[in-house]
Design a protein around this ligand. Structure first.
Ligand SMILES: Nc1ncnc2c1ncn2[C@@H]1O[C@H](COP(=O)(O)OP(=O)(O)OP(=O)(O)O)[C@@H](O)[C@H]1O
Length: 234
């Protein structure tokens, strides 16, 4: 069963037509990666799913329900989390306070918190530190932790590896593999090496259109297609 189905989504930003035809289906479980060159429309696609931009027409279905007409807060309440490219954390608040703010009732589920500590030990270590003082990788971990502090079926994450050292990227890959055992991750990623190491399925966006989608293993094996769609020879 698919957890998310996006059909013929089209988004204008001001007078600019940015998305022309975004159609893809995210199966339940695993990591689905949106690939594409700079400016192709990947971030706009995530924001449009969350209704941070207003797509018209087209439809978005989540767990079988048509959520096209819902507002952002109601989409989040249905069980979709969004980690934006700027991470959306609060620098002057501590790690703990950032996580409290992301809970529904201001309290932690002890089992979920234990799981977060296991995934990201640095967050336990720096629990009382202000978020601005964390490293780039630790900030990204905090951003992802905020998205999973409550149960979610789908987590949208925009370019989590940008600017991170290889060892941190590897830790992030392990965490995403673990998280995707119990939730689906929809990831925007420029780092194709990272994307292919954790992706189960993928789509390529080019100039506001999905031009290819399928299994990551097939795409990873097709160098000619990668060169054509991403201009890389990974
Ligand atoms: N607020 C905005 N106003 C005008 N145009 C915008 C705005 N946001 C994005 N765009 C344009 O929409 C297009 C798609 O941008 P988007 O950020 O979705 O691309 P992307 O695939 O995520 O690329 P990147 O990896 O560079 O972030 C780009 O041409 C961009 O200039």
């Amino acid at each position: 069963m698919s957890v998310l189905t996006v059909t013929a989504m089209k988004t204008d930003i001001g007078k600019y037509a940015v998305l022309h035809d975004i159609t893809f289906e995210v199966p339940e479980g695993g990591v689905f990666v949106l690939l594409g060159r700079n400016g192709a429309g990947k971030t706009t696609t995530l924001r449009s799913i969350m209704k941070l931009w207003q797509p018209t027409p087209g439809s978005v279905r989540f767990q079988g329900e048509d959520i096209t007409g819902l507002h952002t807060a109601d989409i989040a309440r249905r069980g979709i989390a969004y980690v934006p490219e700027n991470m959306g954390i609060f620098g002057r608040l501590t790690v703990e306070e950032n996580l409290v703010l992301a809970t529904a009732k201001g309290k932690f589920d002890p089992a979920r918190l234990k799981n977060i500590y296991a995934l990201f030990p640095a967050l336990e270590k720096f629990w009382t530190k202000q978020a601005w003082s964390l490293s780039g990788g630790q900030k990204q971990m905090l951003a992802v932790a905020r998205a999973i502090i409550e149960p979610r079926a789908l987590i949208l994450i925009d370019e989590p590896t940008k600017g991170l050292a290889p060892s941190i990227v590897a830790a992030m890959a392990d965490a995403f593999r673990e998280i995707s055992q119990s939730a689906t991750i929809l990831l925007v990623e420029q780092n194709f090496h990272f994307a292919r190491s954790i992706g189960s399925n993928m789509a390529v966006i080019e100039d506001g259109r999905v031009v290819h989608s399928g299994a990551m293993a097939d795409f990873a094996a097709d160098k000619a297609l990668q060169n054509k769609l991403l201009s890389l020879s990974a």
